[in-house]
Ligand binder design. Structure first.
Ligand code: NAD
Length: 308
C-alpha cells in the first residue's frame, strides 16, 4: 500500500499593527513559514505587509478566524484595550485555543486588564513588550520581556523566537511592561549623564573622543558611552554621526518615561532620577524654536551645549 505523506499545515498568526515595528516583525514570521494574516487601520501598511507575503484581513474578525496566535504591535494602551476588549473585542472573537501576545509598550495596568479579561474567558494572553528598535525588528534580534503564566510564555516562544534573540519571563501579567519601563528609565538616566559628562569635559578643553576612551576604561563606563556615544564625531554608525536621524526617537523616550512615572505613582516608588530624566526630555522636546521630538534620543547632548 502506498504511503500517504501528511502535508505540514502552516500555523496561522493574526498580526495587528503593521507599523515601523510590526511590519518587519510580521515579515520575519512569513519567512519562518507561518501563514500571517495582517490587519491595520492604514491601508498602505497592509499593502506593504502583503508585499512581504502576509495575507490582508478585511476585518478584525476575519484576521483571527482560525488563528493559532494573535500578535499585536500597537501605539498605546487605550488602542490595545479597545482592540482586545471595549472596541473590536478580539477576546470574544478568537479561537479558545489561540495564544495572544501583545508586544505593544503600554502601562502595566492595561496589560493586567487585558490579562484578567482573557483569563475570565479561559484564553491564554501575555504582554511581551520589546527592546531593540526598528533595526532589531528587521534583523529578528529583539528582546522580549514577557508577563503572564509561565506555560503561556512557553507557548508564545514558538512565534517569538522568530522575531527576537532573547525572550525573558519577567513575572505575572503586566511584569513585562514593568521590566520595559525600568530598563528605559535607566537608559534615559545614563544617556543624560553621559551627555552631561562629555559636555563638561569639552567645556574644559578635553577632546570628547579622548574623554570617551578614558571613561570607557574607568568606572563611568556604561551602555550609552560604549554603544551609542551621543557626541558627534566620536563613534561611527550611531545617530550622533548622522545628525541624530534614525534610532530611537525622543517622543518614544518621552512615552516610555511617562509609563515609568505611572508605574512609580502606582507603587509609591521614589524615582528622582527618572522624574528628572522625564522632565529633561519633555523640556528638550518642546522648547526652543525647533521641535526635537523626531530626533534620536541621544540628541539630548544638544541640551548641554552646541555640538559640531
Ligand atoms: P507605528 O505608529 O509605526 O505603528 C503602529 C501601527 O498600529 C500603525 O500602523 C497603526 O495604523 C496601527 N494601528 C493603530 N490602531 C490599530 C488598530 N486598532 N488595529 C490595527 N492596527 C492599528 O508605531 P511603532 O513604532 O511600530 O511602535 C509600535 C509599538 O512598539 C509602540 O507601543 C511603541 O512604543 C513600541 N516600540 C517602538 C519602538 C521603536 O523604535 N519604534 C521600539 C520599542 C518599542
Amino acid at each position: 500500500m502506498a504511503k500517504v505523506m501528511a502535508k505540514k499545515v502552516a500555523k496561522k498568526v493574526a498580526f495587528f499593527g503593521l507599523g515601523n515595528m510590526g511590519g518587519p516583525m510580521a515579515a520575519n514570521l512569513v519567512k519562518a513559514g507561518f501563514e500571517v494574516c495582517a490587519f491595520d487601520l492604514v491601508p498602505a501598511s497592509v499593502e506593504k505587509a502583503a508585499a512581504d507575503g502576509c495575507s490582508a484581513a478585511t476585518s478584525e474578525k476575519d484576521a483571527v478566524a482560525g488563528a493559532d496566535f494573535v500578535v499585536t504591535m500597537l501605539p498605546n494602551g487605550a488602542i490595545a484595550e479597545a482592540l482586545y476588549i471595549d472596541g473590536a473585542g478580539l477576546l470574544d472573537l478568537v479561537e479558545s485555543s489561540a495564544v495572544l501576545i501583545d508586544c505593544s509598550t503600554v502601562a502595566a495596568s492595561s496589560s493586567r486588564r487585558i490579562g484578567a479579561e482573557a483569563k475570565q474567558r479561559n484564553i491564554r494572553a501575555i504582554d511581551a513588550p520589546v527592546s531593540g528598535g526598528v533595526a532589531g525588528a528587521a534583523a529578528g534580534t529583539l528582546a522580549f520581556m514577557c508577563g503572564g503564566e509561565a506555560a503561556d510564555v512557553e507557548a508564545a516562544k514558538e512565534v517569538l523566537k522568530h522575531m527576537g534573540a532573547n525572550i525573558f519571563h519577567a513575572g505575572p501579567s503586566g511584569a513585562g511592561q514593568v521590566a520595559k519601563a525600568c530598563n528605559n528609565m535607566l537608559l534615559a538616566v545614563h544617556m543624560i549623564g553621559t551627555a552631561e559628562a562629555l559636555q563638561l569635559g569639552v567645556n574644559n578643553g578635553l577632546d570628547p573622543k579622548t574623554l570617551s576612551e578614558i571613561m570607557l576604561k574607568s568606572s563611568g563606563c556604561n551602555w550609552s558611552l560604549e554603544k551609542y556615544n551621543p557626541y558627534p564625531g566620536v563613534m561611527e554608525g550611531v545617530p550622533a554621526s548622522r545628525n541624530y536621524s534614525g534610532g530611537f526617537m525622543v517622543k518614544l523616550m518621552q512615552k516610555d518615561l511617562g509609563l515609568a512615572m505611572e508605574a512609580a505613582l502606582a507603587s509609591k516608588s521614589a524615582t528622582p532620577m527618572g522624574a528628572l530624566a522625564s522632565n529633561l526630555y519633555n523640556l528638550y522636546a518642546n522648547t526652543g524654536d525647533k521641535d526635537n521630538s523626531d530626533l534620536d534620543f541621544s540628541s539630548i547632548q544638544r541640551f548641554f551645549g552646541d555640538t559640531p
